[in-house]
Design a protein around this ligand. Sequence first.
Ligand SMILES: *Cc1c(COP(=O)(O)O)cnc(C)c1O
Length: 355
Amino acid sequence: MRAHARISLQALRHNLQQVGELAPAARIMSVIKANAYGHGMVEAAQALADSDSYAVATVYEAVTLRQAAIDKKIIVLQGASSREELLLATEHKLDLAVHNHNQLHLLESAELTAGMDVWLKIDTGMHRLGFAIDDSHEVMARLQQCPQVGAIRIMSHFANADDPGDELNDKQWRDFLQVTTGHAAERSIANSAAICASKDYHLDWVRPGIMLYGVNPFLPGKGETPSLQAVMTLSSRLLSVQQHRRGDTIGYGASWACPEDMPVGVVSIGYGDGYPRHAKPGTPVLINGIKLPLVGRVSMDMICVDLRQCPQAAIGDEVILWGDGLAVEDVALHADTIGYELLCKVTSRVEFSYV
Ligand SMILES: *Cc1c(COP(=O)(O)O)cnc(C)c1O
């Protein structure tokens, strides 16, 4: 078997349990958008059955969950942006975020039967989605007058939660408290980093995403996480081992030269599998428990590895690209990206198995 993603459902459940221990008073909205950050949305939903609800980005993701017979509460974080989406949301009993006036109009003008639960999204400083703080009381009043609306809850999102010392967090937090005071509505502001950063942020609902998949949500060195377990282990095999001479160059562009006579391994994985093309020489891979550096450029189907510290490595040996023993966030640092992106981008050529 070559490129393979092993998904540990036990690790997923362990990480959910860690969220529960950190935030015992809050309800948990497990974020499984983008195919559960590349892990498989339906499988993740089933493993995370102890959650109080799920969150996805789009109505279509939520419909996929309903079609897989998932009947738990589902929140659509981007809400409905057309009549068609609104009708789908009604039909499938989805909760919708309402983040702008278009969505508010759509909701007010729709002839829906059932009371739809909505999440009023307020922009406290992320400046991406959400009503301005100054508009939020009026929007709240209009939602309350909407006969088609059931429960109304309030949410916002931090821009810099991955750096708990950043002053924008405090500003967003104070503004959120201020604008929501006086409403009886349940509230939510915490993604993974905010959940780990402060109990204050937990409020009524927490929204863990990346931490469920076992990834440290903080920027390097910026905060403390509970003990999380990697859910995805991406691995492949050594396809070839060659002894090269000092000065031999490796791969496309001939950009990396052997500093001495040395063994170089070729691993059957590349950007066609979702391994990042921007991974620089020195990016760690794990062979027989030893961290070894990538050399040369990442190709579509292969990468090359300096085997000097593991000369016994042989064709067929397993190579771990991230997961068990090698944090995806470490790999991401060497590729100028974040763990989130690497996990989301694993392609369909990779075989997935669930254990
Ligand atoms: C994706 C998302 C989350 C989860 O964020 P993590 O950093 O992965 O925990 C929470 N809330 C909203 C609104 C999101 O879009």
